[in-house]
Design a binder for this molecule. Structure first.
Ligand code: SF4
Length: 704
């Protein structure tokens, strides 16, 4: 196939949940020229360093070029037959719950939809979970508890309309850079007040009017304290509370402990002046946006953290109005698309849920299946534990690298090593997970595949095919459908084109004539697109009832997706993180991203200019702790705890507090454990969302 990019083609960035529009064109070097799409409502032409460097990452070096079974290269037909036969055999001998899919926010919505349909609809198990479990599953759980469905009420223009923007657990400057630029520009124009709540002094603090370096894990104490403060200072919006919410009394009773500023000081480590300054800012500004991300979600109390934030917005009626919203921003380019189709083990399909016989019936009829799963499946960490215990005997990993990215990483590697059948679909030929694969299936990468992604503000955008695929790489949806047909599910997976899948998914969102699904999550305006219209599709924010009509602002009518139609306050107990520092492991390790790298660097590592910003794994330590540990800047340090050990270059910086360390999770050298932070992270998870704790790991540090 000839390069299709002799002219500028509109597509979407491969990286973060901002979902920036990109224009790309093939150049004489065989790579892509990249520029921002001035018409895309997420970024209006702006891109960050990662997006701008995408053209440097599309070379064919290191690509997986052909399928293989047990190390032997083979044709597609043999590989697909083998996977289908093995899955059927395992299901026959051990039952439908003995197989599992572990998928990814890197998949396109069409891929995700087909994977979910095969596992839940036809295999009849819900053992499909995703690396989005590590990213924002606490937000999903929080939304469902408060709103009755996983509804994200915010949109990016709220940031420009707000008087006060609170960044909590979000280093927006590095992790969502174009959104940070929008906030910075808004502040320059309207003098928007900015509060940053983060144990570290991050780059986002450059524009902060107030930085609250709270103790790691103490967010619920701070936001319960805010709720109590709003109550005692007569700042509650009683009309909104009476008309649109339920459960305030219980939430206030739970927050009562933090009506004392002294108690908040004890738990958060903040001064009374800092706490009161924050509470006054919140009370004084009706138009408030609270942006939160992995610092809130990746916690053993992540769901309560999310709900403690939402409680404060509900109590003041700051939701569904311009410039007023709690706003979860997602890490991955299509974490939202995966949530929308139901690609989490505890969701059924298209925002419909387990435990609702009507939902079960509607989906069974729509998919024409008698084997639709009836119960939630195993969340990511539980899925691998079940594999360790021999209950799951086949895992198909798609577009992700759990051997590096999951907590308690050495154990995950042992589990994959012992699993009787590991199938991996990936565009790269080598990564830590692929080394455990019995079957390798070459997938298309960004710039080769075609489909849709959804960004943090619910905006569906097209990723378009720009370059030919090297070797025999195929779209993920095609690979899954071919296996499904060979497993015997011929009729349900007869897709000819990704547009067929998108149309089917949009039609599924319209099922039912009442309730949240049809009113809030409806994509009926996209359900009859022709293939040509799909090719030309412009960014659309859901719900989409009519093509090219602006989406209504969500929740502006105060009607929620709960049975009563009212939002729910949630009583959020403050519970310190499960693992606390001890004499043996006295320091607290926090993790996050570096500015110019992405996940396990399989793509950003290909760009020399991105590697210039941070070329090796570093751990940042305070001067006092470095002196105490006899470490100098540039030394190699060993970090260890009961999970394992990893090694980092020492960076002494005053942006971390005494007793805290910070590193990123990008590096993954299995041989040396250099930078391999997941070797240190415990497998403990939030009991509601199943999301692991990445921000609060007790460790010891010593010179290496
Ligand atoms: Fe890509 Fe995110 Fe940067 Fe936008 S902000 S260019 S989506 S990495």
């Amino acid at each position: 196939m000839k390069n299709s990019t002799e002219k500028w083609i509109k597509t979407t960035c491969a990286y973060c949940g901002v979902g920036c529009g990109i224009e790309a064109k093939a150049n004489k070097q065989g790579t892509l020229d990249i520029r921002g799409d001035a018409e895309h409502p997420a970024n209006f032409g702006k891109l960050c360093t990662k997006g701008l460097a995408l053209g440097e990452t599309v070379g064919h070096e290191g690509r997986l070029l052909s399928p293989s079974v047990y190390g032997k290269s083979c044709d597609w037909s043999h590989a697909l037959d083998f996977v289908a036969k093995q899955f059927n055999q395992i299901i026959k001998e051990h039952g439908r719950h003995a197989v599992a899919f572990y998928v990814s926010g890197q998949l396109l919505t069409e891929d995700y939809y087909v994977a979910n349909k095969l596992m839940k609809g036809f295999i009849g198990s819900s053992n499909i979970d995703t690396n989005s479990r590590l990213c924002m599953s606490s937000s999903v759980a929080g939304h469902k508890r408060a709103f009755g469905a996983d509804i994200v009420p915010g949109c990016y223009e709220d940031i420009e309309q707000a008087e006060l923007v609170i960044l909590t657990g979000s280093n927006l400057a590095w992790c969502h850079p174009v959104l940070f630029q929008r906030l910075k520009a808004a502040k320059a124009k309207h003098n928007t007040k900015v509060v940053v709540i983060d144990p570290r002094k991050t780059a986002s603090c450059d524009i902060a009017d107030l930085h609250l370096p709270l103790n790691s894990g103490s967010d619920v104490a701070l936001f319960n304290g805010l709720l109590a403060y709003l109550n005692t200072h007569d700042q509650l919006n009683q009309a909104y509370i009476n008309n649109h919410t339920e459960g305030l009394d219980l939430a206030l009773a739970m927050a009562e402990e933090f009506s004392s500023i002294e108690n908040i000081e004890v738990e958060t480590g903040l001064s009374a002046e800092q706490i009161v300054a924050f509470y006054q800012l919140f009370a004084e500004h009706d138009k408030t946006v609270t942006i939160y991300s992995q610092g809130i979600n990746q916690s053993t109390s992540g769901t309560n953290k999310v709900n403690s934030i939402i409680n404060c917005h509900l109590a003041t009626g700051r939701i569904g109005l311009p410039g007023s919203t709690p706003f979860s921003v997602t890490g991955q380019p299509n974490a939202m698309g995966g949530r929308e189709v139901g690609g989490l083990a505890n969701m059924l399909a298209s925002h419909m849920d387990f435990g609702h016989p009507a939902h079960h019936e509607l989906i069974s009829q729509f998919w024409q299946t008698e084997t639709l799963a009836k119960e939630p499946g195993r969340k990511a960490m539980d899925m691998f534990e079940a594999t360790e215990q021999g209950e799951i005997k086949a895992v198909w990993v798609m577009a992700t690298n759990p051997a590096v990215s999951l907590p308690d990483n050495q154990r995950i590697n042992r589990i994959l090593n012992q699993c009787p059948l590991v199938v991996v679909s990936d565009c790269m030929a080598d990564n830590d997970t692929l080394r455990h694969a019995h079957v390798k299936l070459p997938a298309q990468g960004w710039s080769e595949k075609s489909g849709t992604v959804t960004n943090s503000e619910r905006r569906i955008s097209r990723q378009r095919r720009l370059l030919p695929t090297p070797g025999e790489g195929k779209p993920d949806w095609w690979i899954i459908s071919e296996v499904a047909k060979r497993m015997g599910f011929v009729e349900a997976f007869q897709y000819q084109h990704e547009a067929d899948i998108f149309q089917e998914y949009c039609q599924l969102t319209t099922l039912g004539n009442s309730g949240a699904n049809s009113r809030l999550l409806n994509l009926s305006g996209l359900g009859q697109l022709t293939t040509e219209q799909y090719h030309q599709l412009k960014p659309q924010q859901w719900p989409v009832k009519t093509l090219d009509q602006p989406s209504p602002r969500l929740l502006s009518d105060g009607q929620f997706a709960t049975p009563s139609g009212k939002a729910q306050f949630i009583a959020c107990p403050f519970r310190p993180a499960i693992n606390q520092p001890s004499r043996s492991y006295p320091l607290l390790l926090n993790t996050g991203r570096f500015r110019d790298h992405w996940h396990t660097m399989t793509r950003t590592g290909l760009s020399p200019r991105l590697s210039e910003h941070t070329s090796e794994p570093t751990v940042t330590i305070s001067l006092e702790d470095a002196s105490k540990s006899q470490l100098n800047c540039g030394d190699i340090a060993q970090l260890h705890n009961q999970q394992g050990q990893a090694y980092f270059r020492v960076n002494i910086g005053q942006n971390v507090k005494k007793g805290n360390l910070f590193t990123a999770f990008h590096w993954s050298d299995n041989n040396t454990n250099m930078g391999k932070v997941t070797a240190l992270i415990s497998p403990d998870t939030d009991p509601i969302s199943g999301q692991p704790e990445f921000k609060h790991t007790p460790v010891a540090i010593s010179p290496f």
